[in-house]
Write a protein that binds this ligand. Structure first.
Ligand SMILES: Nc1ncnc2c1ncn2[C@@H]1O[C@H](COP(=O)(O)OP(=O)(O)OP(=O)(O)O)[C@@H](O)[C@H]1O
Length: 380
């Protein structure tokens, strides 16, 4: 968690603020209660003073990528995204009570649990890759645990297109889990750097430290850490309950030469399942999207930096107060973000078509019974 105080929580219609959950490089995350339907949600809000085109582009991509992928059981579910009344983009997500960074340095995590996490997150990443998306920030703190204890991959904040051909400038990285070629800034991300990062993450969960931290507890500088990563000399985890076959899978994932690593996250998952099988544990199910699903849908636009807030309807909402009387100039309609004006004189689309929409309807409330009636009539 970043060492700064969280910003003020946004005022969001339909949600009640409960408490801050954490702070990141670009955003604060707050616990809110959604009022209807009632449930706890985590709301990620971009920091106001860093909102520029690049940040908006990353935020839009994160919302779109998560919405596209979150039907996967091991990817964090996103419910909604919009702009708050004070102008901050936000993302409403499933609330996860804990993350793997909370536990791996404090507790010895069982090998059985870690192998399960490894297969599930590998399948989540394989699915993202088949959809053309690279995560680029795989690390223990981005594996959250749902209320049911299931591991889910979160934070697609610096995700990018797998098929991007542009030389991007962004070398955002979490150094301890980054591959040598990322640390040396020769690539911003490939399937092979994701294999490395997941291998390094799983290593960390088992070892209680990241793979290139010193074991004597002496804190090294960032530069020393980078040098050790570039040398890529694998240090065995050294836990009696970690079988050599598992060390081999992780050592292969963290090979200095990208071509020597598993060729995909699916291959990594299959290697881990083999270890589970050899240990007498039932292998975790492979949950990978079929190619037809992954190829379906419009490609995510990683270049879109438009402010995409609440939809402003040009259709007047029918109510006894909104029926236009002679001489009246405007009606009021409300969205979940507040109240805005609809000019009843214009009543046309932004393309200049002479399309006037007249909405008529009413809500009839009887004693002991309620009937809602809405009629919509379009007139050229
Ligand atoms: N859905 C969630 N439920 C509960 N806590 C969350 C959720 N999403 C994020 N958090 C917590 O909020 C904090 C900030 O998350 P965020 O994704 O913004 O940043 P980060 O990954 O910690 O840092 P950075 O974005 O700089 O890499 C983290 O401590 C994370 O555990």
């Amino acid at each position: 968690m970043a060492s700064r105080l969280p910003s003020a929580p946004p005022v969001l219609a339909g949600y009640t603020f409960i408490r801050p959950l954490g702070t990141g490089g670009f955003a604060d995350v707050f616990l809110f209660e959604q009022n209807m339907p009632k449930r706890s949600v985590a709301v990620k809000v971009l920091l106001q003073d860093i909102v520029d085109n690049d940040v908006l582009r990353m935020f839009n991509a994160e919302a779109d990528v998560m919405a596209r992928l979150s039907s996967h059981p091991s990817i964090l579910t996103v419910y909604d995204a919009s702009i708050s009344a004070d102008g901050r983009p936000y993302l409403v997500m499933e609330f996860c009570p804990s993350s793997h960074s909370d536990v791996f340095r404090r507790e010895v995590v069982s090998v059985v649990d870690v192998l399960n996490v490894a297969v599930k997150i590998a399948c989540a990443l394989e699915t993202a890759h088949r959809s053309g998306v690279l995560h680029r920030d795989i690390k223990p703190s981005n594996i959250l645990n749902t209320s049911f204890g299931a591991p889910v991959l979160a934070d697609f904040g610096i995700a990018t297109s797998l098929r991007s051909t542009q030389q991007e400038e962004l070398f955002a990285m979490s150094v301890p889990w980054s591959a040598p070629e990322v640390v040396q800034e020769t690539t911003t991300g490939t399937v092979q750097t994701e294999v490395w990062a997941l291998g390094a993450t799983i290593y960390s969960l088992l070892a209680g430290r990241s793979p290139f931290e010193t074991t004597d507890g002496v804190r090294s500088s960032r530069q020393q850490l980078r040098q050790r990563i570039v040398r890529a000399k694998y240090t065995p985890i050294g836990r009696a309950d970690v079988p050599p076959a598992l060390e081999q899978v992780l050592a292969r994932a963290m090979s200095r030469d990208p071509a020597a690593r598993q060729s995909s996250l699916l291959e990594f998952a299959e290697n881990v399942r083999r270890v589970q099988y050899d240990m007498g544990i039932s292998p975790t199910a492979l949950e990978v999207a079929v190619d037809e699903w992954a190829a379906a849908g419009a490609p995510i636009d990683f270049g879109n930096s438009a402010v995409r807030g609440p939809v402003i309807s040009e259709v007047a909402v029918a109510s006894p107060r909104s029926v236009r009387r002679p001489g009246a100039s405007a009606v009021r309609a409300s969205t979940h973000e507040g109240t805005f004006h609809v000019d009843a004189e214009r009543g046309r689309t932004g393309f200049g078509l002479r399309l006037a929409l007249v909405v008529a309807g009413g809500l009839v409330v009887g004693v002991g019974a309620t009937v809602g009636v809405l009629a919509l009539v379009g007139v050229l």
